[in-house]
Write a protein that binds this ligand. Structure first.
Ligand code: NDP
Length: 502
């Protein structure tokens, strides 16, 4: 069995009430409708938000448009914007505990993990601030006596930022500071399940000196509040993280006005393990990769592709370690796997496992929801004997479920890894760097970890191949993604007339 940490009831808990941020003012929705969020681990209402209607989103877009077309932010020196972002980073760090708590109770993720995500987010805000100050174009002094070429980088305009529930503060931090550093203005819509920390971020940004209208935050469902953000002619770009299905819809909506889109979508990421790998390290990384954030993670290492000769040993060692994983109350600092986001999502995970078992996969560990008295939880689950064509081997389960497949040659491993629609990330484990590099070059994924898993840094680009997305976040080009390129072709001296050559 797994170690269970039973949730403590949130007795006398006072839910936090939030308004939306439009044009620098905290405001109610036009219809005054309220969205309530219950802690997925405790069942208690923890947050109440004002729900945005189409009219609220329209006001937010117009505020961002005005702030871009007429306001100070895009016209400030890069250094001034950078200083405001650095101030915001310090303020995020100062309120990290409050933000981590909100993310933990709204999403169900372990508090210790939420704290680590906040620390990572602070680093990203600082990195974006530094990049924004260095944003520059190019010049060409090699085009002949009479010509000077100057290539400008200009802020692209109004950006719609749409984020999911699995990493509420971290994901908005992978987008917003870079857009702001470039001089863009924004309308942000967090998932309506986990909007709290993004709204607190709005408070922080106003206090740090971001002018009114530059960051607008609306709360609402994707269908009602998200759709106009992807279709509106006054929006210049959409930066979206979420499911591949909604990513495709976003792209189709944006295509009508030919907006730029940046999409971070799903993954079904393989970890490929060779017989010469350090098994102790690998087993730990396999358990971490599969169960981190309860598997509700686009980067989850949900497919294990293990060499035939070690498959039995690897599976039994992963099952042994899985028994030690602590599942339960996210607010207990020792918890490693928290609650599942909604009862509907738990049912979806459960269905994947049942169907896989029905199709012939073996449940080696876990395999069912856990009853901890409060909230909704899923047992860390290992499925062996999984075949390439099973849904559980191809689709994003988004739960703590590890599917084990086997291979015999490097080519076979790479072939299995590439045989699905996704291409977000992958891991390869071998003491032979030659093997790692062959796999690294062969696998079609945006990140390949070698002898580690799910490490990251603000400096390293992140994003997917194929149906895992479009574009990259983080890395030194992240601010450029929110810019247009403009060529100034400058003539010096007398110009040769077209109609009467001199
Ligand atoms: P969605 O893709 O539905 O949601 C992501 C964001 O998009 C949310 O803010 C959502 O709003 C918004 N949204 C939904 N519909 C629209 C729309 N028509 N136009 C614009 N925005 C929209 O993901 P879910 O949260 O429903 O999760 C479903 C599945 O997606 C998961 O089971 C998982 O497989 C995958 N997923 C992948 C993520 C990743 O990081 N790659 C992250 C989250 C989910 P709202 O939720 O408020 O309605």
């Amino acid at each position: 069995m797994t170690v269970l940490v039973r949730p403590q009831a949130l007795a006398d808990f006072k839910p936090r009430e939030f308004q939306m941020l439009i044009d620098g003012r905290w405001t109610n929705g036009a219809e005054g409708r309220i969205i309530e969020r219950r802690s997925p681990a405790h069942g208690t209402v923890v947050s109440r938000y004002q729900a945005a209607t189409g009219a609220d989103v329209e006001r937010a877009i117009q505020a961002a448009r005005h702030a871009f077309d007429k306001g100070a932010w895009p016209r400030m020196k890069g250094a001034e914007r950078s200083n405001i972002l650095l101030k915001a980073a310090d303020m995020i760090a100062a309120r990290a505990e409050e933000l981590a708590f909100l993310d933990s109770i709204e999403s169900g993720k372990p508090i210790s993990q939420a704290r680590a995500e906040l620390a990572g987010a602070v680093d990203i805000w600082r990195y974006a601030a530094a990049l924004g100050r260095d944003l520059h174009g190019e010049s060409y002094n090699t085009l002949g006596e009479g010509t000077l070429g100057v290539v400008l980088r200009e802020a692209i305009g109004v950006i719609s930022i749409i984020t999911p529930w699995n990493f509420p503060f971290l994901i908005v931090s992978q987008k917003l500071p870079f857009a702001l550093a470039a001089g863009c203005t924004t309308v942000v819509k967090p998932s309506e399940l986990t909007s709290g920390s993004t709204l607190v971020l709005g408070e922080i940004l106003m206090e740090a000196g971001v002018p009114s209208g530059v960051v607008n935050i609306v709360v609402g469902t994707g269908a009602e509040a998200g759709t106009p953000m992807t279709e509106h002619p006054d929006v210049d770009m959409v930066s979206f993280t979420g499911s591949t299905t909604i990513g495709k819809l976003t792209m189709a909506n944006a295509a009508r006005t030919l907006k730029k889109v940046s999409l971070e979508l799903g993954g079904k990421n393989p970890q490929i393990i060779f017989p010469d790998a350090n098994l102790d390290e690998f087993v730990d990384a396999a358990v971490f990769g599969a169960y981190f954030n309860a598997g509700e993670c686009c980067n989850a290492g949900s497919r294990l592709i293990v060499h035939n000769s070690i498959a039995e040993e690897v599976v039994s060692r992963i099952a042994e370690l899985s028994k030690k994983v602590r599942v339960g109350d996210p607010l207990d600092p020792g918890t490693q796997v928290g609650a599942i986001i909604t009862p509907e999502h738990l049912a979806k995970i459960d269905n994947y496992v049942r169907n896989a078992a029905g199709d012939g996969a073996d449940i080696v560990h876990g395999g069912a929801p856990l009853d901890l008295g409060l909230g909704q939880f899923m047992a860390p689950t290992i499925l062996s004997g999984v075949k390439r064509d099973m849904a559980v081997a191809r689709e994003e389960v988004f739960g703590p479920v590890l599917s084990v497949l086997t291979f015999d040659t490097i080519e076979n491993a790479v072939d299995i890894a590439n045989s699905i629609d996704y291409g977000l990330s992958a891991g390869v484990w071998s003491r032979d760097m030659d093997t790692c590099l062959q796999v690294g070059r062969g696998v079609r994924a945006g990140t390949v970890w070698m002898n580690t898993f799910m490490d990251g840094a603000s400096e390293l680009p992140f994003g997917g191949y194929r149906q895992s997305g479009l574009g990259r976040e983080l890395g030194r080009h992240a601010v450029e993604d929110y810019t247009e390129t403009k060529t100034l072709n400058i003539h010096m001296g007398p110009r040769t007339a077209w109609w009467m050559p001199r």
